[in-house]
Design a protein around this ligand. Structure first.
Ligand code: DGP
Length: 114
């Protein structure tokens, strides 16, 4: 996988507003927020898209989702709700090819998404 801007954020080569970190996950505010809370949760291991996941990633992805849901609840959005989105490839609008989970909260959202 080629290096992405998110690998540079993991290596602290470019700045980001990091809100959470553990051994396997990094989370930082989206540069172009689409909701009052918009945080990206990424695995520290570079995985390009959802298509590239294997059995070996099962625990890693579980930890990624848990980190996001715990953060959402800690920020007070457990009851009101929040949205987790993972875009995969062109038709979903993926622009950065390092798997990331968008956590969006703080406003009522539409369904279906655009
Ligand atoms: P996606 O469309 O799912 O690939 O989302 C990529 C997101 O990444 C998009 O919402 C904007 C965000 N983003 C892109 N470059 C940067 C950056 O350098 N810093 C931060 N914090 N976010 C970025």
């Amino acid at each position: 996988m080629t290096d992405t801007i998110f690998s540079k954020i993991i290596r602290r080569e470019i700045p980001a507003d990091i809100v959470y970190e553990d051994d396997e996950v990094l989370a930082f505010r989206d540069i172009n927020p689409q909701a009052p809370l918009h945080v990206l949760f990424i695995p520290k291991v570079p995985i390009a898209t959802l298509n590239d996941l294997t059995e070996a990633d099962t625990l890693r992805i579980g930890k990624l989702v848990l980190a996001a849901t715990r953060y959402a609840k800690a920020q007070g959005y457990g009851e009101s709700g929040y949205r987790c989105v993972v875009n995969c490839n062109r038709d979903a609008g993926q622009t950065v090819f390092h798997l990331h989970l968008h956590l969006l909260a703080g406003r009522a959202m539409q369904w279906p998404p655009g």
